[in-house]
Design a protein around this ligand. Structure first.
Ligand code: MSP
Length: 526
């Protein structure tokens, strides 16, 4: 049985990802890499949402076919994800033929079962959100708020999914489930939204005269599928649901249910917590087969919002993941994105904090520990860690705290609280640097009678560097690999977290010539 994580399929409004999108992908990548470190066979699916009115409109403006536009734009996303060193196992593009076939099969099944029907509807439509509005969406002043953008009156025939038939089930499922929505404080928003959804069915089609760029309904060629109905299905279609013989997609039974759909708070309601579970329920999924939604917060900026609707050229330039990686390196950007936000809460994107956190926590604190541990081992012990019978209280404490740190790190990571897990490791690194100051190996090296003390202290330092390099690997994989190479302990790359213990570095192990792992960075252009 694999662990299965997905993130949202990003849409193309601005044609390029920003730091908020990047955060979601890095968070999922860190969680997946952590599970692999725990010995799990984890699978990470991510991708792009390529259909819909906005794509059609942008392609029209650029005077290209929407297919040409999405092919070009998709490259901006894959380029950013590779710069950030994301390791995903599955890539979901919603124009993919297997996905389209899966959506069509599901629509046909629901239509045949009478769960989809046609009706004439006269009412208001939000172009921005690509959905019909009801009186429940009006504000207290009776008007549709700015979140809906331009609102038009429409009178048209469409197909509807009988969402209302699943709402009673959904309410009781959400009420009793302890892990459908994480963090739990978001549950209240969902229960409120369920009240509002009660007697509304979901319009799942768009007439082709208005929108051509979508998946054609299998039972009516004059319509395409509503973009959310199409995009949500990516979570199962790319996991191999109903795949054709000979398909290279994964085995659905091995992946589903998804352990996590990692999503932002803006798309919890209604798409992921109402439409999606009701769609799955209608298709025949049981309560046990529902995914868990890990709902993250937003990166904001003092100078303006990092969001598709309020993106300015200036914010786009400041929050472009590729240029941030080019300037500061992938490890630095990955570290900042999961360090300066608590999973589920919002944070303020601030390049000055990015530089400060990297310099203090990685370049100074960890960099110093690696550099001292390795260079003194090289200099004073001829490049080999050694065994010694000597022991003292602070060495004992350092060893004990290693165990405490590993447990606290695991406890936080198991709750997806990545920043807390990093905090625990950083605290331990600080303790290790204090240990070095107190033991003063540079002074021990000058006293021939203190060789046992010296070998103990340096043996402890190489050991903690090894442990820390394993714990930080999910967040800063490239830097940890460099540390492990300098330790000449490449076996650490395959260490499972449950095997992480004191005494992993073999006695007599040589170390390589140390090189700074984290050169300091600055905001000034060099
Ligand atoms: N296409 C839909 C998702 C379909 S999934 C079946 C979509 N795309 S999006 O591009 O608008 O957003 C993609 C993800 O990025 C969402 O989870 C959204 O919450 C997240 N973020 C968008 N802006 C963000 C920030 N400023 N900060 C953090 N996450 C942000 O919604």
């Amino acid at each position: 049985m694999k662990t299965f994580y997905t993130t949202t399929a990003i849409d193309y409004t601005n044609g390029k990802p920003h730091i908020g999108h990047a955060y979601e992908k890095v968070l999922a990548d860190v969680i997946t890499r952590y599970r692999k470190l725990c010995g799990d066979d984890a699978y990470f699916l991510t991708g792009v949402d390529q259909h819909g009115q906005k794509v059609q409109q942008t392609a029209e403006k650029e005077d290209v076919h929407p297919g040409t536009y999405v092919r070009k734009t998709t490259k901006n996303f894959t380029k950013a994800w590779s710069a950030l060193e994301l390791e995903y196992d599955g890539w979901a593009e919603t124009t993919d033929n297997e996905h389209k076939a899966c959506v069509a099969d599901i629509l046909q099944k629901l239509y045949d079962e009478g769960q989809i029907y046609k009706k004439q509807y006269q009412g208001f439509y939000s172009v921005k959100q690509e959905q019909f509005l009801t009186d429940k969406e009006r504000g207290e002043d009776g008007e549709f708020g700015p979140e809906w953008g331009e609102v038009e009156e429409r009178d048209e025939e469409n197909y509807y999914f009988k969402l209302s038939e699943h709402v009673a089930w959904l309410r009781s499922f959400v009420e009793k489930s302890e892990d459908f929505i994480l963090p739990a404080f978001r549950k209240a928003d969902v229960l409120n939204a369920i009240e509002r959804a009660e007697d509304n069915d979901l319009c799942i089609s768009r007439p082709k005269e208005r929108l051509r760029w979508g998946i054609e309904l299998p039972f009516d060629e004059d319509f395409v599928t509503f973009v959310w109905f199409d995009a949500l299905i990516n979570y199962i279609s790319f996991a191999g649901y109903n795949k054709a013989d000979g398909s290279k997609l994964p085995d659905f039974d091995k992946l589903w249910p998804a352990d996590l759909h990692v999503i932002g708070k803006d798309i919890l309601v209604p798409s992921h917590s109402i439409y999606w579970p009701c769609m799955l329920h209608a298709i025949g999924f049981t309560d046990e087969q529902m995914p868990t939604l890990l709902v993250h917060g937003f990166w904001n900026m003092n100078s303006g919002k990092i969001s598709k609707s309020e993106m300015t050229a200036e914010i786009a330039a400041l929050t472009d993941p590729v240029s941030l990686v080019e300037r500061f390196g992938a490890d630095c950007v990955r570290y900042y994105l999961v360090r300066d936000i608590h999973t589920g809460r919002d944070s303020n994107f601030d390049p000055e904090r990015l530089v400060m956190l990297f310099n203090t926590e990685l370049a100074n604190n960890l960099g110093n520990l690696c550099n001292r541990g390795l260079s003194m081992t090289k200099r004073f012990l001829n490049g080999a860690t050694a065994a010694s019978d000597y022991d003292d209280d602070i060495s004992k404490e350092l060893r004990e705290q290693a165990g405490v740190t590993i447990s606290a790190y695991k406890e936080a990571m198991d709750r997806y609280a990545v920043s807390e897990a990093l905090e625990v490791v950083i605290k331990y690194i600080t303790l290790c640097n204090q240990y070095t100051d107190k033991q003063a190996p540079w002074a021990l090296a000058k006293d021939e009678t203190k060789t046992a003390e010296l070998t103990t202290v340096l043996g402890h330092l190489t050991e903690v560097v090894a442990i820390v390099s394993v714990l930080l690997k999910p967040v800063i994989p490239a830097a940890c690999e460099r540390i492990q190479n300098q330790l000449k302990a490449t076996f650490l790359a395959d260490v499972n977290i449950s095997d992480l213990k004191w005494g992993m570095i073999p006695v007599g192990q040589e170390v390589a010539k140390p090189k700074p792992v984290f050169p300091r960075i600055s905001l000034e252009d060099e």
